[in-house]
Design a protein around this ligand. Structure first.
Ligand SMILES: [Zn+2]
Length: 371
């Protein structure tokens, strides 16, 4: 095991903002680059090596030409090194602990925190070091405390010695402590920081390593310009911080006829929103759903008049439709399938798809039984 391993703390908000937004729309890297670091020279390096290449990396992974770990995965850890201190462990591989039953449940798939639109990519991850220059395993914040306890447990001494190494253990433990204090997840990487050759593909001032005598230094030297932890501070009132909307939320907000369970569009799946958003956009805004594009979402959140009008119009159309169905059923005495036939008139030769019909039937039945 000759890898130069680093452990990278990060928050899910950062993952969403600095990583997933760019994966979803690679041209967004320009705006994120400006936020990652205030220094132009550092920005240029990070752009050339990592951020501007993410679009190509995604294509390579999609085509099967490159492994996720050695392109996108590695790029992610490089970006994370700009956001938080990271801890070095020569040959101390966290991935190696995955094979031990005692440790197995600690590790999760990185796709488990991905939003729907980016999951196709994170599904390609092996969630462990696959060779040189590779991202590694992922530990969610919820499991950091348990991992720390397992590492410190005398019973596991030989396992830890074998995989992490006694020399590296303190480095890893300090990283976990930092994660606990700041409520952060952790991602592993190989060869992003190589002291022997001086090769550093991430932000050097954030390096913590035994040979640097600074593993207990928790100061974040990041020069990111926006601190997401202070911007996004309110619990999302739509999903109550879960990141996804379930039937209970839908009932609470009286949107049974309009929404389905899924990722929360109000907070974009992060569980938190800016305090100002709650004042600007109603939590039960019918139009703000995951079917809107990122661009429309932003327009809506910024109170763009056209988008607001479009939203109001759609809301009105939905209300009209609900009233029509009620009328056709309760006054006109039509059955749900007759109501479907009625709405099929607008299509050429009344031809409609099976999926449309079954969707429609469900919807109509919901409207009728709600009365
Ligand atoms: Zn939410």
């Amino acid at each position: 095991m000759g890898y130069d391993i680093t452990f990278h703390p990060f928050s899910r908000k950062e993952f969403s903002y600095y990583i997933e937004d760019v994966i979803q729309a690679p041209s967004e890297y320009v705006s994120r680059l400006a936020k990652v670091h205030s220094d132009r020279e550092e920005q240029a390096v990070l752009s050339a090596n990592v951020y501007s290449r993410i679009g190509d990396f995604i294509e390579e992974v999609k085509m099967g030409d490159s492994a996720y770990e050695q392109t996108v995965g590695l790029a992610i850890t490089a970006i994370l090194g700009y956001l938080h201190p990271y801890w070095y462990a020569r040959g101390g591989m966290l991935s190696a602990l995955k094979t031990y039953p005692e440790f197995k449940s600690i590790f999760k798939e990185i796709s488990s925190i991905a939003r729907e639109e980016t999951r196709f990519l994170f599904d390609q991850a092996h969630n462990q070091i696959i060779g040189n220059y590779s991202s590694g395993t992922y530990v969610p914040y919820e499991n950091i405390g348990a991992l720390k306890m397992l590492l410190e447990d005398e019973k596991n001494h030989s396992i830890v010695e074998e995989t992490i190494g006694d020399y590296n253990k303190e480095s890893l433990l300090n990283c976990l402590e930092y994660c606990l204090i700041n409520r952060l997840d952790l991602l592993e990487a190989a060869d992003i920081f190589i002291p022997a050759t001086g090769e550093v593909s991430t932000y050097y001032p954030n390096a913590r390593a035994p040979h640097l005598n600074n593993i207990m230094n928790f100061e974040n030297n990041s020069k990111k310009s926006s601190d997401l932890t202070t911007i996004l501070e309110e619990e999302c009132p739509r999903c109550l911080g879960k990141g996804h909307v379930d039937w209970d939320d839908i009932k609470r907000l009286k949107q049974e006829l309009r929404w389905r369970p899924g990722r929360c569009a109000y907070c974009n799946g992060t569980g938190k929103v800016e305090a100002t958003q709650i004042e600007k956009v109603a939590v039960d805004n019918t139009y703000l759903t995951t079917t809107r594009s990122e661009k429309e979402r932003n327009l809506l959140l910024n109170n763009d008049t056209d988008t607001l009008e479009k939203g109001a119009l759609l809301e009105q159309k939905t209300e009209t439709f609900i009233e029509e169905v009620k009328y056709l059923h309760f006054i006109g005495q039509l059955s749900p399938s007759q109501i479907i036939d009625f709405y099929a008139i607008q299509f050429k030769d009344n031809k409609v798809g099976v999926a449309w019909k079954s969707d429609m039937l469900q919807y109509i039945e919901k409207i009728i039984t709600k009365e």
